[in-house]
Design a protein around this ligand. Structure first.
Ligand code: PLP
Length: 456
């Protein structure tokens, strides 16, 4: 069917992949994915794998949805492109903006479209600074973010993010962006209950505001649950306290829901789950289930009112802002999510079931800690377990146990991502209870194989 070696050769010769060690890729050859159906993928050698990561946290409705490809085809035939610069618009973009206002949390009537989540966060940066400029506070430009956050790969996105490996390349972060610690109980919660730690981690925001000067801080940005950082689920006390601190100092709150939105955590937007009342919400990924690139920012009334009433031109936008084909894909994707009640299913049925089944992996000798929320979950691989999670003993980093485990997973038909020694999943929301059982059994089998390997 496919000449895998030939494709790999051309791949190495011409294609610089994102987030990839080029030398290693050239030595090993890339996996060539050729087809998807439901929660499964097939590679060029006919191997079937269960996609526990929904691609890159995005294929919420699963692969092979012909109604999305038909919607895309129809729109391409009618109007494949027109821009929405300079007082023009198009029908799918208007329909999608209206739909988003309907499913967004209260107080969101407006949307700014982009082509990706990274562009969404660039838009946030410019929009919050524009907001404060229009309010007459030109000094108020600093944005506070968190270590180990992921907000994209553009210069602003990577600066807002808190990944050391990204900051080390290209002289980031840019000025005007500062970081506080992440609410990672395993990392920093020793000697505290989770709730105590949540308050402690939130207090770092207030410390930073006072250090920078409250009159200089424009906004705080955070993912409700950090995704790429390793599915870090904050204690219940964290977000309400962050919200209280933002309110106290009048600071705008940006929820980056690129992963968490569109049902992944059992609500349309996870802000609803955690008691966050954001001013801006970044979205992408699940809005089209990744079928076509689309992202944007939901703009809450506080910011929208100022931009519109005091505004004049907002000198910002992308060729593909409100792309009619992408918006048509999103409309059909959202229709599927509604028709199949995927948000409710994750909230009330499959999400709790996944939590319960995934937690059973905690008895495995390699697994020191499991956590989950809706349709994201993670487990930590440890050398030995202590009386509390903080007394677990980690593996030597040089062993790259997470990568070893990831290899066993893929070779045995399961895609799970490794973030250090934390193994994470974010499966398609269409996954059934039976498929959850199948996935958890596969994970256990691969943990066994990893254990046997590591023991030697
Ligand atoms: N924000 C979050 C929370 C993400 O997880 C990502 C991508 O993984 C982004 C932003 C960047 O989105 P994109 O890759 O579409 O630019």
């Amino acid at each position: 069917l496919f000449d895998t070696a030939a494709i790999q050769k051309l791949d190495s010769a011409h294609y610089l992949h994102p987030f990839t060690d080029f030398k290693q890729l050239n030595e090993n050859g890339a996996r060539v994915m050729v087809r998807g159906e439901g929660i499964y993928l097939w590679d060029s050698q006919g191997k079937k794998v269960l996609d526990g990561m929904s691609g890159l946290w995005c294929v919420n409705v699963g692969y092979g949805r012909t109604s999305i490809s038909e919607a895309v085809y129809r729109q391409m035939e009618t109007l494949p492109f027109y821009n929405s610069f300079f007082n023009t618009t198009n029908v799918p973009a208007v329909q999608l903006a209206t739909k988003l206002a309907e499913i967004a949390p209260p107080g969101f009537q407006h949307v700014f479209f982009t082509g990706s989540g990274s562009e969404g966060n660039d838009t946030n940066l410019r929009m919050v600074r524009r907001y404060w400029d229009l309010m007459g506070y030109q000094e108020r430009h600093t944005i506070i973010s968190r270590h180990n956050a992921y907000h994209g790969s553009t210069v602003a996105g990577a600066s807002l993010g808190g990944m050391d490996g990204m900051h080390a390349q290209g002289g980031l972060p840019i000025p005007g962006i500062v970081h506080i610690g992440q609410p990672n109980y395993l990392e920093a919660g020793q000697g505290m209950t989770e709730d105590e730690f949540g308050l402690k981690a939130a207090s770092w925001l207030e410390d930073k505001i006072l250090e920078v000067g409250a009159d200089k801080v424009a906004a705080f940005i955070g993912e409700p649950v950090q995704g790429a950082g390793g599915v870090i689920i904050p204690p219940a006390t964290y977000w309400p306290e962050i919200q209280r601190i933002c309110d106290k100092y009048g600071i705008l709150l940006i929820a980056d829901e690129v992963i968490c939105g569109f049902g992944r955590l059992g609500k349309w937007f996870a802000s609803e789950l955690f008691g966050i009342r954001p001013d801006l919400i970044t979205f992408a990924k699940g809005v089209t289930s990744g079928y076509v690139p689309l992202g944007g920012v939901l703009v809450g009334d506080r910011v929208a009112k100022v931009l519109i009433e005091k505004g004049g031109d907002f000198n910002h936008g992308f060729t593909y802002s409100g792309h009619p084909v992408a918006c048509a894909a999103a409309l059909e994707n959202i229709r599927i999510i509604e028709a199949e009640q995927l948000v409710q299913r994750v909230d009330e049925d499959t999400g709790p079931y996944l939590k319960q089944r995934f937690a059973t992996l905690g008895d495995h000798p390699l697994v020191g800690y499991t956590s989950s929320c809706g349709f994201v979950a993670g487990l930590n691989l440890v050398r030995s377990k202590g009386a509390t999670v903080h007394e677990n003993v980690a593996f030597d980093e040089a062993l790259s146990v997470g990568m070893v485990c990831r290899g066993y997973m893929f070779n045995n038909g399961m895609i799970m991502r490794a973030v250090g020694d934390r193994m994470i999943i974010a499966p398609p929301l269409v996954m059934t209870r039976a498929q959850i059982d199948e996935m958890v059994a596969l994970i256990r089998h691969c943990l066994d194989l990893t254990y046997e390997d590591i023991k030697q």
